[in-house]
Design a protein around this ligand. Structure first.
Ligand code: ATP
Length: 446
């Protein structure tokens, strides 16, 4: 059975609780561009940090990179984006709507009743024409064709053009990889579904350079490792699946491709969150040709030169953030209470706030003790302080943003220096010595 649609509830929760706001909202918003608020920026950062740790810091064979967004325009000719990064578009002469010709079944005509474009008698769709998804701008003072540059539509090309710089400066031997996290821009025609498909987004990409002939074995390894990463992030096993690209779906550069797909529920259902691709030697060969610079690897041991093949893992930080939110959202009845609670059961490691500290009352030294605990924990964890409203309301507020632990300072605390710690998921409360909170939380927050 497919999962329920929680998207509308999440959009509202994310706005209300400071996760995600529509960009330039006071001007009516910018189409499919979103801003991350105080809690959203922590959540996404935690996801990016986990990826960086898994891909770069915990391995000897992958190096990090932060390449510029603006690249030499020839890059995009070599990569195939100028000629081929296009979507087929149709216009409707009646309603002036513009739709993806290959996704008409997902689109809705603005005429009533709601139907797919082309299905009303009055619809007048044009022939499909190709529309390039890259954002163009000009570099320097002159707005002429020679000064055209593009906002990168993917981070991968910054890695390919730096292949030898990284390999030689870091004395890496093939097989090795280069990883980076950065913004990418696509002038998507049918954006939407909140942060699922946006025009400005962040990618976490890794290109792993291997000897030709060893590529399929590496491809299988990376496929498995990337699926495990999503599982380790707490995404439910039954919401994750591989989708293999058929010969017809394969991109021009790909020898083999699998998507990791996640079940977003509702009408969206299973959708790609990550692509694992065997790109062969397409990119390095193209850049050699367009730049006239050799991009070969010299294997000293076997005394041979070759252009490595590339296994790529490419995942959207925003799409994984949305998957984590969808996966975590639940509504529960609470025993003895008429009002239920909304919980974001986020994996501890990515929860924006790890612990919230409450004084039960605003007197008797409780706020002072709670503040002392707050500053003690602050260096180790992201923490929050709340003294407004009933304790039940404060718990609900933290449940809704996924805070794993709530620490309450009460009348007993100022006498015996103990506090209660409440667990977000089990609702169990434990009395813990205030002095041992740091160790207690460190052991729990794994
Ligand atoms: P789609 O088919 O959904 O357009 P794609 O196959 O073009 O995606 P890739 O070019 O393989 O995507 O990009 C790798 C990853 O980058 C995707 O799995 C996704 O997580 C993310 N991504 C791509 N386009 C967008 C977008 N417009 N908004 C948010 N994330 C995106």
């Amino acid at each position: 059975m497919s999962n329920p649609d929680v998207m509308d509830k999440l959009v509202s929760l994310c706005k209300r609780r400071g996760f995600i706001f529509q960009s330039s909202e006071i001007y009516g918003g910018t189409g499919s561009v979103w801003d991350y608020g105080p809690l959203g920026v922590e959540l996404k950062k935690n996801i990016k940090d986990r990826w960086w740790h898994a891909m770069v810091r915990s391995r000897d064979d992958i190096e990090g990179l932060d390449a510029a967004i603006l690249m030499h325009p020839r890059t995009w000719e070599a990569s195939g984006h100028v000629a081929g990064f296009v979507d087929p578009l149709v216009d409707c002469k009646t309603c002036k709507g513009r739709f993806r010709a290959d996704k008409l079944e997902d689109a809705r005509c603005p005429q009533k009743p709601s139907k797919q474009p082309g299905q009303h008698d009055a619809c007048a769709l044009t022939e499909a024409r190709q529309f390039n998804l890259m954002f163009k701008t000009h570099m320097g003072a002159l707005e002429e064709s020679a000064s055209i540059v593009y906002l990168r539509p993917e981070t991968a090309q910054g890695i390919f053009v730096n292949f030898l710089n990284v390999q030689q400066s870091m004395r890496q031997k093939v097989p090795f990889g280069i990883a980076q996290i950065g913004k990418a821009f696509r002038n998507e025609i049918t954006p939407g579904n909140f942060i699922f498909r946006t025009r400005e987004f962040e990618q976490m990409e890794m290109q792993f350079f291997v000897e030709p002939g060893t590529d399929m074995a590496w491809f299988e390894q990376w496929k498995a490792m990337r699926m495990q990463w999503h599982l380790d992030l707490g995404l439910s096993k039954d919401r994750l699946q591989f989708h293999q690209h058929s010969a017809g779906e394969l991109a021009h550069y790909a020898r083999a491709a699998f998507d990791v797909t996640f079940d977003f529920g509702g009408t969206l259902g299973f959708q790609e969150i990550e692509g694992v691709h065997n790109r062969g030697d397409f990119d390095l060969t193209q850049h050699q040709q367009y730049s006239s610079k050799k991009l070969e690897y010299f294997d000293q041991v076997n005394n041979k030169r070759y252009v490595p093949y590339v296994i790529e893992t490419s995942v959207g930080a925003d799409r994984v953030t949305l998957a984590a939110l969808v996966n975590a959202y639940r509504e529960e009845a609470v025993e003895g209470e008429t009002e239920g609670r909304v919980v974001l059961g986020l994996h501890h490691a990515i929860a924006p706030i790890k612990a919230a500290i409450f004084p039960l009352t605003k007197k008797d030294g409780q706020p002072e003790m709670a503040h002392a605990i707050l500053s003690d924990l602050r260096n180790s964890f992201t923490v929050d302080y709340d003294e407004t409203g009933s304790i039940g309301k404060r718990y609900r507020r933290q449940d809704e943003v996924g805070t794993p632990y709530c620490i309450t300072v009460d009348g007993q605390s100022t006498v015996d220096q103990t506090v209660t710690v409440r667990d977000r998921d089990t609702l169990a409360q434990e009395r813990v010595a205030a002095g041992s909170l740091k160790a207690y939380l460190a052991a729990k927050l794994v």
